[in-house]
Design a protein around this ligand. Structure first.
Ligand code: URA
Length: 480
């Protein structure tokens, strides 16, 4: 009877097709081992077109599972659709099944989602556009990229927001996507050989890149370690990193500026200005900020007053990440303005870090609390809520690309590093991040607030200030 439940999906990343079929099959009581999932791409064979009458009752599916499924579907693992259905099947009888961390299925699905997220992150960080003059005289920015998973559609929104005013194409072996300033369209995949990349474009791009090179934004050690070699070929700057770092930046820029002017690269430089702070970056951030205000990715929005988004300069070299807004932040709509914020501000001041120069945000953007009488008592966000909110912090990080990120406490560390860490084990040394930045983990300011003994409190506050000083020095070192 297996053939009776053969599901053929339209594409490798066909989340909607999987969801519709899975919902009908689960409601009809079809067990996981009675279904064969395949991807065909030929529209005629789609399961969705077969007449199916779900016979059972519908059941609620938790939002974190939907978010997880959207990522997992993009993985190349051929079993992904079946694994997701097996999880959905469990959720049918136990809506908390996802919370069972000891369940190997939960673990496997989370690992698949994590690999997809890493791939998306790499695409955001490592796509490099080349400027191409089109026959109609218009400029188009073209990039070639080879993702590990089926993430191109999933990652496209980021590029639309980031480069709204440009006409661009991202070519990949599986498909190409094109933005004309208003509409996103798709085309067939491309091989590296067909993609623009060689001279003379390459030479022009290389000079162009050199003109915008900012060593503060590029951590070579981490970059070489984190960036898989296969991306290097698509990134002109890898051939420039050593010479540029070796020379004094100002002299270099002066020289390159002259070369750029001589070679007629003004247009490229202007395009970059549109992308940089004050231009598209600010607009992208504002769009993100607005979108976040309507966030319903988990249930926390239902009881909180508002989304508390990050704030600070978009070219900040340090990003601080807290856990979630507290009672006062929820009212004010700004991060770290309550009691923990006071401890944080005081420590920043003692460490010589002006708050106005750093970007401050939280891993979770809505206040979670228990009502006790008139008081709203902070309660810790769970794994699903951290996961649901990771989308926002990933977007903030992709836009700002801070060379140094400081995770304040375990929740922030979990969100940034995508794994559970013990603060005492990782405190004090940098952890390389896939985007070339580094993460420093320290305690949360509210931990300092809760210490009852005055001596220990003083000691721990001093240690916290020392951590901040180290981070300050590191950010300065990376910028020098
Ligand atoms: N605690 C946090 O983690 N963030 C805030 O914004 C306030 C308190």
């Amino acid at each position: 009877m297996i053939d009776a439940h053969r599901v053929t999906l339209a594409s490798e990343d066909d989340f909607d097709g999987w969801r519709d079929a899975a919902r009908d099959l689960a409601e009809a009581g079809v067990p996981p081992d009675a279904i064969v999932w395949r991807v065909d791409g030929s529209e005629d064979d789609l399961f969705a077109k077969e007449a199916r009458q779900p016979t059972g009752a519908s059941f609620p599916v938790p939002r974190p599972f939907i978010d997880l499924a959207k990522s997992v579907v993009c993985h190349t693992d051929p079993e992904r659709f079946a694994l997701l259905y097996a999880m959905l099947w469990k959720l049918r009888s136990n809506r908390h099944a996802m919370e069972d961390r000891a369940d190997p299925l939960v673990d496997r699905l989370e690992n698949l989602a994590k690999e997809v997220r890493r791939d998306v992150h790499k695409m955001h960080a490592f796509v490099r556009f080349r400027v191409v003059e089109q026959p109609d005289g218009m400029t188009r920015f073209i990039a070639f990229f080879e993702p590990d998973h089926h993430i191109v559609r999933h990652a496209a929104g980021f590029f639309v927001r980031r480069f709204t005013n440009m006409r661009w194409s991202i070519l990949t072996p599986e498909l190409s996507i094109h933005w004309d300033g208003e509409t996103l369209s798709e085309g067939p995949g491309t091989t590296r050989a067909e993609a623009p990349g060689g001279d003379p474009l390459e030479a022009m791009w290389t000079t162009y890149y050199a003109s915008i090179f900012n060593p503060a934004r590029l951590k070579v050690g981490a970059m070489l370690k984190e960036m898989p070699k296969k991306y290097w070929r698509n990134m002109p700057e890898t051939s420039l990193v050593q010479p540029l770092i070796a020379s004094a930046r100002n002299r270099e820029l002066e020289m390159i500026d002259r070369a750029a002017a001589k070679e007629g690269l003004r247009e490229a430089l202007e395009a970059e200005r549109r992308i940089e702070p004050g231009g598209n970056l600010r607009k992208s951030w504002e769009a993100l900020f607005k979108e976040a205000r309507g966030c319903t990715r988990c249930d926390l929005y239902k009881r909180a007053n508002q989304t508390v988004f990050g704030e600070g300069p978009l070219d900040a070299s340090i990003m601080f990440v807290g856990e979630q807004p507290g009672d006062q932040e929820d009212v004010a709509g700004r991060p770290f303005v309550g009691p923990a914020g006071q401890v944080f501000d005081e420590a920043l001041e003692r460490a010589g870090i002006p708050r106005s120069e750093v970007y401050v945000t939280n891993a979770v953007k809505h206040f979670k609390f228990e009502q006790r009488g008139k008081k709203r008592i902070h309660s810790k966000p769970n794994a699903g809520e951290i996961e649901a909110c990771r989308w926002w912090i990933d977007q903030e990080r992709s836009l700002i690309r801070p060379p140094v990120t400081v995770a304040l406490g375990a929740t922030a560390a979990r969100s940034i590093l995508d794994k559970v860490v013990t603060i005492s084990r990782v405190r004090g040394s940098p952890i390389a991040l896939p985007d070339g930045g580094e993460c420093w983990v320290t305690v949360h300011p509210s931990f300092l607030l809760r210490i009852p003994e005055p001596d220990r409190k003083r000691e721990e506050r001093a240690k916290f200030v020392d951590d901040l000083k180290r981070v300050r020095d590191r950010a300065a070192e990376l910028a020098s």
